[in-house]
Each structure stands twice: as structure tokens, then as C-alpha cells.
Design a protein around this ligand. Structure first.
Ligand code: KG4
Length: 393
């Protein structure tokens, strides 16, 4: 059974075409999700267009989704048809479900994906004479379930098409996976979730102000990094762990598993406003050469301004990751889960990924690097999970 998945919640227009096995009510959640085959997935990123403004402009984003979704769909269909040895028309007529991100995101951007899904389902129903349903999917559920998909994902170097290479994985029964404790860290959300089954969860910790990704981005902007700051800040800091500038670690005294990032953000801003380092100006965009230099080890950087920026990046990343790991670690000790997971855009961060592995011997499930940012594959996976799951939501 073929499905199409659509993601347009923020600044990536992403589509995935996959295959799943229906009527699998007896199999484990692990087998069900890992039997999904991603035939082809394509993403068109709007980052270059939003970079000019230093962040996402919702109206620009929605227009770009509307401009891009049709040609992206045509390219996806052609690529998937070639892989399957079918014609695009034949493949189109085999799609039985369209999963689309319908909530949590920019309203005007989400609307483009949902309207596309509705129109396509109407058109396919008329063409094939059978129901082609469109199923709304929650964006955060997409992130959450991405960590359970442990199949390998490859990218065709020429076309940019991503596809899965399914292999037989060691079976993990529902009892081995659940209860599961999850750290979801994205640009707009930072949550610790407690899942007693694939269909039941509660949020046991969350940021009380900024999300971790937002904090990365805002600090990145302060020191002049391009948008999205988190990506650049992490490239510059690597896996070096040191709070060189003694930035504050929030929520040390709290009993809860909540997180907070506004204190760090403000501390960095005050520090940078007061600094007397020659040549440094708050939010002054760095040149390409300066960005390249910042990727050198700290001791090889001689310019005071770049030394300062490098120190800010390393210290900020250290504190952001430390707070995530500290609160999550406390939650692990308290809840004693059978498995733990990490997902969301910030889960691309190498230091964070490394630190999560230290929670062994628990089963540690970390989202595949190709599934960390916004993508339609995760929407397809979360959607497939809903099929026949008798989901009690
Ligand atoms: O999940 P995502 O693509 O979008 C949302 O659903 O919000 O997350 C985007 C966020 C941005 O804040 C970006 O700076 C951050 O993820 N990000 C990173 C890294 N890669 C992306 N933050 C830290 N380290 C990274 N390697």
C-alpha cells in the first residue's frame, strides 16, 4: 500500500512516498514502523530565502510552499516510479493514503500542505473510483516517532532523493520499548515525554520559556552567525565541551523536569553588550572567511573578535546541552524507562547525540541524521503508526 506524506509546517517543503503493510494489528510497534519502506523523499529548503531576513517570515514561507509543492511532487513521483519500475500515472493510482502535517506550525504554511492533500485526495478518488483518504498528522508526533525508525536512509547524490534500505533488525517487543522516555528538541519545542505505549503519552517536562533550538538561533544571531544559528553554532563548537565564559545553568534547584533558556540568552546578550573586545559588534553578520576561521580550533584563532565568538559558541552549546542532559538524566532516574529516545532539529547536535549515548545500557534510540530536521518521512512514519492502531487519542 502506497502513501504520500506532506510536511509544510515551517521552512521546508517536504514530500515522501512510501509503502506500508496494512492489517498488521498483531505485530509489535517496532516491526510495524520498521517495515515501512521509503521509496523516495524530497525536500526543498527555504533557508536561503529566509536567511536574508535572519529568520522565518511566515508569509514568504507560505508563498514558497505554494510555489514549490507542485514541481516537488512531480519530481518525487518520477523518481519513485523509476525506482519501482512503474509509470508515474500507475504509481499515482496506487496511493491509498495521504498523510499531512496539519498542526503545530505556521498556520499559512500548514494550509498549503493540507489544501494540496485535500485536492489530491479528491482528484485521485475521482480518477480511481476508490477512497483515498487524507489523514492529518501532528508535526511533533512526526519528530517523536522518527527515532523508532532505525532503517538505513541513503541519498541519491545526483537527484537528492532519499530512500530507505530496509534490513532485518533485531526485534524489540513492545515490552522492551515501553515505557519510553523521550527528549524532543526542535526550533519551537523542548519537551520530555513519557510514553506508556505508542498511543499514550504525557509531557513530563518542557521549557518554561524559549525552546533549546530558539536559544541556539538567538545566540547565533547575536554573534553574527547566519540563520539558522543552531546549525552554525554547532559546526563551530564541534563536540568541545567547556563553559569557558561561565554562562549560567538554569533550573538547577527545581524539583520538576522543566527547562528554561531565557536566562542563558539574556546572560549572553548582557555579556556581549559589555564586552570591550576590539572589532566586536552585536549582530554584525560575519563574512564567509570569518565563518571558516571559526571552524579552526580555538588556539589557532588569533583575531580577538573571533576568539570571543568561538568562546561564546562553545560555552553556549555546553550550557544548552548540559541543561538538556541534566534534566533528562533526572527524568530517566525517576521514571526508569525501558528505552529512551531523542528527536527534533536540535538532535542533529553531535555533542547532544554523544551525551545521550552515555545513558546506556538502556535502549537508546536517536533519530537518523536525515530525520532530525523537518521532513515528510517522519510524517509518513507517524501516519503509518495510526493505521490500524486503534489509537486512543
Ligand atoms: O525540528 P526543526 O527542524 O524545526 C522545528 O520543528 O522547530 O528544528 C530546527 C531547529 C533550529 O532552531 C536549528 O537551529 C536547530 O534545530 N538545529 C540545531 C542543529 N541543527 C539544527 N541546533 C543545534 N545543533 C545542531 N546541529
Amino acid at each position: 500500500m502506497f502513501f504520500l506524506a506532506i510536511e509544510t509546517s515551517c521552512d521546508e517543503t517536504s514530500l515522501a512516498l512510501g509503502r506500508f503493510v496494512e492489517e498488521q494489528s498483531q505485530v509489535s510497534f517496532w516491526s510495524k514502523i520498521n517495515s515501512v519502506e521509503i521509496v523516495a523523499a524530497l525536500t526543498s529548503s527555504q533557508v536561503p530565502q529566509h536567511m536574508i531576513f535572519g529568520g522565518v517570515v511566515p508569509e514568504v514561507g507560505a508563498r514558497l510552499h505554494a510555489d514549490n509543492i507542485h514541481w516537488l511532487f512531480e519530481n518525487l513521483l518520477s523518481a519513485a516510479a523509476v525506482r519501482l519500475g512503474l509509470t508515474p500515472k500507475d504509481l499515482l493510482s496506487r496511493i491509498i493514503t495521504i498523510f499531512v502535517t496539519a498542526e503545530v506550525g505556521l498556520v499559512s504554511a500548514l494550509r498549503v500542505g493540507v489544501e494540496f492533500a485535500k485536492s489530491l485526495s479528491y482528484f485521485l478518488e475521482k480518477q480511481t473510483g476508490r477512497p483515498v483518504r487524507w489523514q492529518p498528522v501532528n508535526h511533533l508526533e512526526g519528530h517523536l516517532f522518527s527515532c523508532f525508525y532505525q532503517q538505513n536512509l541513503l541519498t541519491d547524490a545526483q537527484t537528492g532523493v532519499i530512500y530507505s534500505v530496509n534490513q532485518t533488525l533485531t526485534e524489540l517487543s513492545d515490552d522492551a520499548l515501553f515505557p519510553h522516555l523521550h527528549l524532543l528538541v526542535s526550533g519551537g519545542n523542548t519537551q520530555i515525554l513519557w510514553l506508556t505505549s505508542p498511543n499514550r503519552w504525557t509531557i513530563v517536562g518542557r521549557t518554561i520559556d524559549d525552546a533549546a533550538g530558539e536559544c541556539f538561533d538567538k545566540i547565533g544571531r547575536m554573534v553574527g552567525l547566519p540563520y539558522p544559528g543552531g546549525v552554525w553554532l554547532s559546526k563551530i563548537s564541534g563536540t568541545q565541551e567547556a563553559n569557558l565564559l561561565d554562562f549560567p545553568l538554569s533550573m538547577k534547584q527545581v524539583e520538576s523536569f522543566d527547562l528554561s533558556y531565557s536566562g542563558l540568552k539574556t546572560a549572553v546578550r548582557y555579556f556581549l553588550q559589555k564586552t570591550k573586545v576590539p572589532g566586536f559588534r552585536l549582530e554584525q553578520t560575519l563574512t564567509k572567511l570569518e565563518l571558516e576561521t571559526l571552524r579552526l580550533p580555538l588556539e589557532q584563532i588569533s583575531e580577538p573578535k573571533l576568539q570571543l565568538i568561538k568562546q561564546v559558541c562553545i560555552s553556549a552549546q555546553t550550557v544548552i546541552v548540559e541543561q538538556l542532559v541534566r534534566q533528562f538524566g533526572r527524568a530517566v532516574a525517576y521514571w526508569q524507562p525501558r528505552s529512551i529516545g531523542l528527536s527534533g532539529g536540535v538532535s542533529a547536535n553531535l555533542l547532544l547525540r554523544q551525551k545521550m549515548q552515555n545513558f546506556k545500557p538502556k535502549t537508546v534510540l536517536i533519530a537518523h541524521p536525515k530525520l532530525t530536521g523537518d521532513n515528510a518521512i517522519m510524517i509518513g512514519l507517524a501516519g503509518c503508526r495510526l493505521v490500524n492502531s486503534h489509537c486512543n487519542r
